[in-house]
Design a protein around this ligand. Structure first.
Ligand SMILES: [Zn+2]
Length: 283
C-alpha cells in the first residue's frame, strides 16, 4: 500500500514516527502551517516556523524516503491575535517556494470578523499564486462553520475543484460535495472520524474528490490511521485499486494542481535508516 498523507503536522511528531510511517507505506505527505499550541507573540516566530516547514522538515522526512510538502498561511486561531497579524504579510514570500503546494490552513476557528478578513485575504492569495487552498473547519458549531466557509469560497472566485474543505464528518460532507469542493477527512483515535466511519462515508459518497488524512499533531492522534483506513476499506470489500485511489492518487491529483508536486524517483526508493545522521538527534 502506498500512502500520501495530505494533512499531517510533522513538526509535532518524533523521528520514530517518520520511521513507522515509512515502514507503513507513507511515501509523501503535506504539512499545513497551523497553530503550535503555545501562542506566538510576533511575526518572527512565524518566519522561523515557515522556514522549518520548507527546510528542516523536508530534510528530516527525506532521511526516511518520504517526500515532504507544505502549505503556508496565517492560521484561523492566531488570526485573532493582533500580535500575529503581521505574519499575513510574510505568507506571499513562502507561496513562491517550490515545496509549497497550497495556501493553508485557512478558514474559521471561532468565526470572528478578524477570521473573515484573514480568510478572504488568503483565498485571494491562492487565486493570485494559482495555488489550491486547504480550508480548516471549526470543531465547534461545525455545520454552521462549513456553510459559512462554502459561501466565502464561492465569493472568492477560486474554482471549487481547487479547494479542500477539511475535518468533515457525516453531517457536513453533503454540502461540500454539492459545492464541488474536495472533501477532507481527519481520522482520529477517539474523536471525529474513525476508519470504520470513513468506510461508510466512502460507501455512500464514492471515491471522487475525497482525501483521507491523519491530521496528526501535538494532540492525541496517530500518523498510521491512514494505513488503518486502507485496511478497513479492504476488509469491507474495496479493492487494492480503490485504496490506492483514495490514499495515493486523490492527493496527487488535488495537490498536483499546484504544478509543484515532486514525486520523481519515489516509487523506486526504499527507505534506508542506516547511517542516517538524524538518528543521532539534535544534541
Ligand atoms: Zn491541521
Amino acid at each position: 500500500m502506498r500512502i500520501f498523507d495530505p494533512h499531517i503536522h510533522m513538526t509535532s511528531r518524533t523521528t520514530d514516527d517518520y520511521e513507522r510511517m515509512a515502514a507503513a507505506g507513507v511515501r509523501a505527505l503535506v504539512e499545513p502551517a497551523f497553530w503550535l499550541g503555545q501562542p506566538r507573540t510576533g511575526a518572527g516566530s512565524f518566519a522561523d516556523y515557515f522556514d522549518s516547514l520548507v527546510g528542516w522538515e523536508p530534510f528530516r522526512a527525506a532521511q526516511f524516503g518520504i517526500r515532504h510538502h507544505a502549505t503556508i498561511a496565517l492560521n484561523p486561531k492566531e488570526a485573532n491575535d493582533p500580535r500575529c497579524r503581521e505574519a499575513l504579510a510574510l505568507v506571499p514570500r513562502y507561496l513562491d517556494k517550490d515545496s509549497v503546494v497550497a495556501v493553508g490552513e485557512i478558514g474559521y476557528d471561532a468565526m470572528t470578523p478578524e477570521e473573515d478578513e484573514v480568510f478572504t485575504a488568503q483565498l485571494a492569495m491562492a487565486v493570485e499564486y494559482e495555488l489550491p487552498a486547504l480550508v480548516h473547519t471549526p470543531h465547534r458549531d461545525k455545520a454552521r462553520g462549513v456553510d459559512r466557509t462554502l459561501a466565502v469560497v464561492e465569493d472568492s472566485g477560486i474554482a471549487p475543484g481547487r479547494v479542500v474543505v477539511d475535518h468533515l464528518n457525516e453531517v457536513t460532507v453533503g454540502a461540500v460535495h454539492d459545492a464541488g469542493c474536495w472533501m477532507g477527512f481527519s481520522i482520529y483515535p477517539d474523536t471525529k472520524m474513525s476508519p470504520d466511519r470513513m468506510v461508510d462515508i466512502l460507501r455512500e459518497h464514492g471515491l471522487d474528490r475525497i482525501l483521507v488524512n491523519s491530521a496528526a499533531d501535538w494532540g492525541r492522534s496517530d500518523p498510521l490511521l491512514t494505513l488503518r483506513t486502507g485496511e478497513a476499506m479492504l476488509a469491507a470489500g474495496f479493492t487494492d485499486d480503490d485504496v490506492d485511489r483514495v490514499l495515493w492518487r486523490n492527493p496527487v491529483e488535488f495537490y498536483g494542481q499546484s504544478g509543484r508536486l515532486d514525486l520523481s524517483e519515489l516509487a523506486a526508493t526504499e527507505p534506508t535508516f542506516e547511517g542516517s545522521s538524524i538518528l543521532r538527534g539534535g544534541s
